[in-house]
Design a protein around this ligand. Sequence first.
Ligand code: ADP
Ligand code: MG
Length: 852
Amino acid sequence: METAKITPMMQQYLRIKERYRDAILFFRLGDFYEMFFEDAERASRILDIALTSRNKSEEAAVPLCGVPYHSAEPYIQKLLEAGHKVAVCEQVEDPRTARGVVQREVVRVITPGTVTAVESLDARGNNFLAAVFRREERFGLAAADITTGEFRCTGLAEEQSLLDEIARIRPSEILVADRDRPLRSRLQKAFPRAHLTAVPEASFSDGAARRLRSGSGPEALRAASAIESYLEANAPEALKVLREIEPYEASRYLVVDETTRANLELVASNRGERGGSLLGLIDRTVTPMGARRLRQWLLYPLLDVAAIEERQDAVQALVDDFDLRRDLRSALGGIQDLERLAGRVASGSASPKDLAAVKEALGRVAVLRRRLEGAPSRLLASIGSRLAELPDVVALLERAIVDQPPFSLKDGNTIREGFDAELDEIRGARAHAKQWIARFEAAERQRTGIASLKVRYNRVFGYYIEVTRANIKAVPPNYLRKQTLVNGERYITPELKEHEAKILNSESLIEKLEQALFAGVREQVASRYAELRATSGALGELDALVSLAEVALSRHFVRPKVDDGLALSIREGRHPVVEEAMGRGAFVPNDCRLDPETTQIVLLTGPNMAGKSTYMRQVALIVILAQMGSFVPASEAAIGLVDRVFTRIGAGDALAQGESTFMVEMKETANILRHATRRSLIVLDEVGRGTSTYDGVSIAWAVAEWLHDLDARPRTLFATHYHELADLPQSKERIKNYNFAVREWQGEIIFLRTLAEGASSRSYGIHVARLAGLPAPVIDRAREILRRLEATSEIPEPSGAAPGPHEAPRQMPLFDTGDRRLREELRKLDVTRLTPLDALNLLHRLSEEAKR
Ligand code: ADP
Ligand code: MG
């Protein structure tokens, strides 16, 4: 392109674009954001909007597309989702008074982690921007939500803990040093949905240290610094919203790794939805702050008995007092997202409606505060004392802002009459001039005798007098003709223009003044940001507690006893989500007792569909609920604190979603065996299922022995369909057999769903097959094969002390070497993908063939 042809505005565009080459530049032109060149080509494709061109006539046609500025948010969101950043370039001077090209500047770069538009955010969740710093194998992780102001950081000593913590935070964007390619690609692999942004190494300085009171690892601080410099460059106003950095240690909370969180369906069901998850069940909150807080509590269960009991006391007090609960809920109900509103106030982007919502919220805060006076729980009382009513702010907003303010300041009529004398005077002058015009119209009709004479207004001519063609003869000589229409003429008079000037003048004065006054009010409210933040935090806690009380009542949860011991005892425990799906009454409750002295490992046997997986999950869910301060689905529970919950769900189980390979299964098992602590709760579901029977039995056997012999003696639930393992308790005293029995009744199989002591009958599979109607010869043959198997296979005699490898069982001479074809067919078979019906048909066919 020849430079000569470039207009000054395009020169300005190119100059700005040069600095934001990695973003799509939204260039403000009047009421539109325009995009040019490659940006326009890319955006028009993603946004599905028309691509046109500027300078059509000239050779150098510039591709162009645009979106209206007042509805840009959904377009920005789409571009972010497509993996782009958006640089928003505004006109920073008034175009009406500008000389030459209007000055423009990029005011903000929007990335997935710096989105603030309400429409793009999930009200019940956070939107975190994270940063990871690595020094050798030590990691710093920081996360900030610029809409709520949360800003936390932590140090981690292992990559696995880093990945677990990132998964718990679920950031939408992660900052990583540009030179650390290996880390970047590992993170991208682990979190394919997060947006990874490479930032200069230098931004991981230790600048954040000055903002910090208490100590935290240097890596954590460096990560926090990267967030600060990133925001400074891209969304500077967000820095006003961020709170003090809050250092924390992930190990101070119950650790639930990502696999376990998914297995237990804590915050999302295995279909990725909120419904069907534990969170979906227990979230009865009525404010966004409460929803976010409850989620946080579920993701970070406590390890401190006193803190847990404090929450329990509050839930108990709310359960016991119907009136209190009802009053709190109804006052909380009308409170909008005060946390994010306060953030917008602090960053200077709050609208008139936002301030009205703040006022409304504070009114309700006053009600809540009074209602919590003398509350029968320490935590409730402390929440009450943290609620700031801010009567001066309420009074200011009451005086300054009208009751039903418009969405945008530009719409006028935001500031209430009586708030500012100057504004009132100008508004008076405008009203006066408008009245003059109304009177003028009436007077002119009378004077001219033209009854249809009208004084009107449009943006091009301002005020004018309109006379229809039929009446033109009666027009007085002092009217100045301005425009001729098909059926009439438009006139002005000097007097009319004089008053028009008064109106237009006062209107622009009013707009400016309202803006200034509003900004002043917003600033005054912003000066109370710390109190607003504390208040919204307390509201979130209160809402979460009321929600726990509601759930406790409606789902018949009881208060568990939590202590520093190592035992775990649950009477009539239920899986809350399965119970809810089945309807109350249909679910069969079961007890659980675990302790390191006598029943360290519960070995569960029983056929498929008996209820093993559900039972083990329910125990883990009860522990997590108890440690987040909630009541639990049981008739009685005593929980010795758990510091980690591990789960391993065997490959092939429907819940594992088919993505599990045997390798993944073994890696996860290895992780558990390496990291199990004295306070761990381990749930092993069908370990070793992903491989051949003998391999599987052997691995399951050795794993159970190892866990039993560990000094830490972690409490373990171990489900297996390998009934051979039922011999384990003979040599390992802290392993106890339990089973889920099935019964035969009138030719049907009945799952009793009740846990019983002892191992399940060995012939269950064949028993069930008979009940299912497999031909008698097949059953007989199966029994015969089973006898042969049991006679020849050697389940190893358990070793005495140290866990170690056992002698592998010999391969069974199940088929003659001649039966190659049969053997080949069996080898290719993936039993885990077979339905019971397929299995029966197959067995039938095989047996027919064998008889031939
Ligand atoms: P397993 O792991 O032994 O194969 P599951 O735990 O997957 O069995 O349970 C199979 C089904 O049985 C569940 O989907 C649920 O519908 C039902 N179920 C499990 N436990 C119970 C119970 N305690 N009461 C009633 N139904 C149950
Ligand atoms: Mg199962």
